[in-house]
Write a protein that binds this ligand. Structure first.
Ligand code: MLT
Ligand code: ZN
Length: 480
């Protein structure tokens, strides 16, 4: 059961197990700003974490502001009381950036979930940061527009969290990352200033674009309270091709062939092992032939001639033996079914407590990296079952090592951390990124230097000092 404390309620009486000092601190905020505060064990556990596995949540309270003004009060209070805050959205992150592991107070934006204004002329929508991604997507469609940033966690993730992590997902190849769609931001910095950034302007040549600093900052510079997003034109019907192949190089050959003539909306890859787990969940296999690798390609049905040409390319690839087998969706319902093959991988493997990685290299180097890393894993950890999948059209691979049943959790994590060291050195050699889209958070901070050089990390630290002089905002995330 979740207990709610409001201004006029005495904490001392109701939080028998809470530290007296904490309760006094919360009382002062509660009196000055009437912020809703949760301190029951269930809430601390639920809000103290995100979807990252292998960490233990330890939050001291959860604050649920309803306005930007309340967020300002929270930040002022945190500065006075030297309390660390963890900004929190839909908690679907995979880098532990929204974890409170050190008695921090979680500031959940979930009650700030109103869509505030649609501007049909400018094609923008302004919303509070706790709006769920899928609600925003549906709202855009109902109003004749399209919000194109999309990923499997759309039903829980929130817009503020998407901005704070610069969310990517399945349509980046066509529409780009969240960054491309942020027309304006309202942010409360760690100093308590409210910044109203860019104000939906298309052109704005007035010095540093501070908006960009907050996108992908993982809650370390400010708390995003409002976002103005640009909207796209609604696409025509989307058609999905799923193709199987046995050669890594064919994955890029198929990509290159289609891309030379068509506009790809998505280009995803998964392996036979991923398919095994997904089909165990009653998702129909795409075709009878077993292949080592599968690619999912999405196109817009721009015209019948366009789709015919895509089908011809598919046939040519089949004849050339590049594609071994494949299928094309004949309706939006079939397209959605085919997407399950890719989008259900995370859920279908979650019972195996996967140790996740999310890396990127230049698109052209995907097969080379995959084959080198895969060979290393097979050689050094033959007992590991590894699920590879990802947004290969963006050079982004998800590498999920499944926990063997005969290894205890902590031992498994230790072994995987050793794999990280090898993998990130390899990533550095490939001039890639240790995190393509999940972020750094707690999970990757020790490895940041493999992607960002010393001078860059020092500048990031300096920037944090400007926006958050007292280190109250998500301390210990991205870097120490
Ligand atoms: C995905 O592409 O499905 C997401 O990034 C989630 C994941 O890697 O598990
Ligand atoms: Zn992904």
């Amino acid at each position: 059961m979740s207990l709610v404390f409001l201004a006029d309620i005495s904490y001392h009486a109701q939080m028998a197990n809470q530290d007296i000092e904490n309760s006094k601190k919360f009382e002062s905020l509660s009196k000055s700003a009437n912020v809703e505060i949760l301190t029951d064990a269930d809430s601390l556990k639920t809000y103290g974490k995100d979807w990252t596995k292998h960490y233990t949540p330890k939050a001291s309270a959860v604050f649920l502001p309803k306005t930007t003004e309340q967020v300002v009060e929270i930040v002022k209070w945190a500065r006075q009381t030297k309390t660390a805050l963890v900004p929190s959205g839909g908690r679907t992150g995979l880098s532990a950036a929204a974890y409170a592991t050190n008695n921090e107070v979680v500031v959940s934006l979930q009650k700030m979930n109103r869509i505030l204004e649609l501007d049909a002329f400018d094609q923008t929508v302004r919303c509070e940061s706790g709006v769920v991604t899928e609600h925003l997507q549906k709202y855009a469609l109902e109003n004749g527009f399209f919000y194109p940033v999309d990923f499997a966690a759309r039903g829980s993730s929130q817009i503020g969290g998407n901005v704070a992590t610069n969310a990517g997902g399945i349509k980046v190849i066509r529409y780009g990352l969240t960054r491309q769609w942020v027309a304006g931001l309202k942010v409360v910095t760690g100093r308590g200033d409210v910044l109203n950034l860019n104000k939906s302007l298309v052109k704005n040549a007035t010095g540093y674009d501070l908006r960009q600093l907050f996108i992908g900052s993982e809650g370390t510079l400010g708390i995003i309270t409002e976002v103005t997003l640009s909207l796209a034109k609604k696409p025509k019907e989307l058609v999905v091709f799923v193709m199987g192949t046995n050669e890594l190089d064919s994955i890029m050959q198929i990509y290159k062939r289609f891309k030379s003539e068509m506009t790809l909306i998505a280009y995803e890859m998964f392996t036979d092992i991923a398919l095994k787990y997904v089909s165990a969940q009653n998702v129909a296999r795409p075709f009878a032939t077993d292949c080592k690798y599968y690619v999912l390609l999405e196109l817009e049905h721009e015209s019948d001639a366009y789709l015919e040409r895509a089908t011809e390319i598919f046939s040519e690839l089949l004849e050339a033996g590049v594609v071994i087998d494949g299928t094309i969706s004949q309706s939006p319902k079939q397209a959605a079914e085919l997407w399950k093959l890719r989008e259900n991988i995370t859920e279908a493997t979650s019972h195996k407590q996967p140790y996740k990685n999310d890396v990127s290299v230049r698109v052209s180097r995907v097969p080379e990296f995959l084959s080198e890393m895969s060979a290393t894993l097979k050689r050094e950890h033959p007992s590991f079952e590894v699920v590879w999948f990802g947004h290969v059209g963006d050079g982004n691979l998800h590498i999920n090592i499944l926990k063997p049943d005969d290894i205890a959790g902590p031992q498994f994590v230790e072994k995987c951390k050793k794999v990280d060291e090898v993998m990130f050195k390899m990533i550095e050699k490939f001039e890639g990124s240790i995190s393509a889209e999940h972020g750094v958070g707690l999970v990757k901070k020790a490895f940041l230097h493999h992607t960002r050089d010393k001078a860059e990390i020092e500048i990031m630290r300096d920037i944090k000092r400007v926006f958050d002089p007292d280190r109250i905002l998500n301390p210990g995330k991205i870097f120490d």
